[in-house]
Design a protein around this ligand. Sequence first.
Ligand code: FMN
Length: 184
Amino acid sequence: MATRKIDFPVANVRRYLEPGPIVLVSSAWRDKRNIMTMGWHTVMEFVPALVGCVIAGGNYSFSLIRRSGECVINLPTTALTDTVVGIGNCSGAAVDKFEKFGLTALPARNVKASLIAECHANFECRLKDDSLVDRYNFFIFEVVKAHVAPRPKYPQTLHYTGDGVFVVSGKIVSRRSQFRPKML
Ligand SMILES: Cc1cc2nc3c(=O)[nH]c(=O)nc-3n(C[C@H](O)[C@H](O)[C@H](O)COP(=O)(O)O)c2cc1C
């Protein structure tokens, strides 16, 4: 059934196109470490596992990740909602966000950046392609190691709609039987 539409500001289309999930990106370079909140990421390829994302040039994380060529993408759940907001509203240039937000840094296997223990999953990433960084601040990472909590299978993740509002992942809908095997 067709629905009636109204004119909508293009600057706000993120409200519909930015499904998240919100992630916490940890980084390290020399003796510095940091965490930033991120919603602007996208899966680009399954094998190798490529993830593209925008890291604003003014972020402290930008310089650590540009220099080290590494990061960890950590997946928080709703248990960390206030932490997600707090981390995304301050700069790591002045504070250690692991200490400020009481997060546990665990060593990663393949990168120097730490895993955030309180998150549901941790994806160790290496910078694969920086050809779009100067023009768009767009980094293409390869996930080289993944750590995932076995339960719950579908964690309650946060999905940002802009304007300080999140949607929480909810009802699970499966249509597995209607998929061609190679599409799964
Ligand atoms: C919900 C949310 C989503 C965000 N998504 C992004 C993003 O995708 N890319 C980005 O550059 N900044 C994003 N930010 C802003 C950064 O998290 C914020 O600028 C942070 O303070 C940067 O920290 P840093 O300077 O310590 O690196 C987001 C912030 C919030 C609260």
